[in-house]
Design a protein around this ligand. Sequence first.
Ligand SMILES: NC(=O)c1ccc[n+]([C@@H]2O[C@H](COP(=O)([O-])OP(=O)(O)OC[C@H]3O[C@@H](n4cnc5c(N)ncnc54)[C@H](OP(=O)(O)O)[C@@H]3O)[C@@H](O)[C@H]2O)c1
Length: 282
Amino acid sequence: MLSSCWRQFPVTFAARRFTAAAASADRVALIQGSSRGLGLEYAKQLLSRPGHRVIGTCRDPGSAHELQKLQDSSKGRLSIVRLDVTDEQTIQAAAEEVSKQHGHLDLLINVTGILHIPGKISPETALSRITPEALDVVFKTNAFGPILTAKAFAPLLEKAESCSGASNERPAVVANMSARVGSLADNRLGGWYSYRSSKTALNQLTKCMCLEFARKHRKIAGILLHPGTVDTGLSEPFQKNVKPEKLFTRERAVQQLLGIIDSTTMKDNGRYIAWDGQDIPW
Ligand SMILES: NC(=O)c1ccc[n+]([C@@H]2O[C@H](COP(=O)([O-])OP(=O)(O)OC[C@H]3O[C@@H](n4cnc5c(N)ncnc54)[C@H](OP(=O)(O)O)[C@@H]3O)[C@@H](O)[C@H]2O)c1
């Protein structure tokens, strides 16, 4: 474990091993789903911090032009890796690639999520509109994908403890992008059957992961995040009833969420948190 870190960063490892300040300089973050929307913004903001290395994944690097532009200006601190959350082989291959590149991981943000696919899927407003095809792709993308990604990257997150000094106060973090509509307690409107219930499933899968991290005394905290309503391609067709002050820019939303991620300790493991830091009822 230590030797893989040494191979990656032979010059500085001994000096930074025991200091928190040096540990922060070594943070390696993977943004799963960073071609556009909130994922691209996470990559931008993390790269604006000195010392961060970022891996941005997407299912088609060749068409992720904004991410490529970011890579060109990143001075080698952003690498792009192919990962389609609906294909576990690509998830495993991405984990092997990151293991070779960095040897460990400090932060995994699972951003990918779908609400609609133009011309194919729209959120169901009535029981009669549910189709097995939509349920299948939405659950695979929003619920199964993030947990399979966490499974593949957990061994690298475990190495953060010895590589960059992860501790109870500053653990490695898995942040899964959920949504308030995944809350059973908060569901007063119904509708959006596939999307809502896929996020509910993501919440339950993540909760199980967090309980396991705690039981095994891992220095890894899992959290579920609701970003608010954010001006992205996902929300664009559904923004007409959103008051302007309730529609966040991507910049503001990610700033708020990174604030939560930055302050995460093991005490937060298993929380379902809104953009303002408040707990969401399950
Ligand atoms: N925007 C909001 O108001 C809002 C509110 C609550 C929760 N959220 C959650 O926040 C997260 C980000 O949403 P967003 O608004 O940024 O959405 P977005 O702009 O539509 O971006 C979605 C991202 O998911 C990627 N993706 C879709 N299917 C994929 C697959 N099979 N494999 C890998 N990547 C895939 C897309 O990549 P391609 O470019 O390849 O399609 C894109 O990068 C989602 O989990 C969403 O549910 C958003």
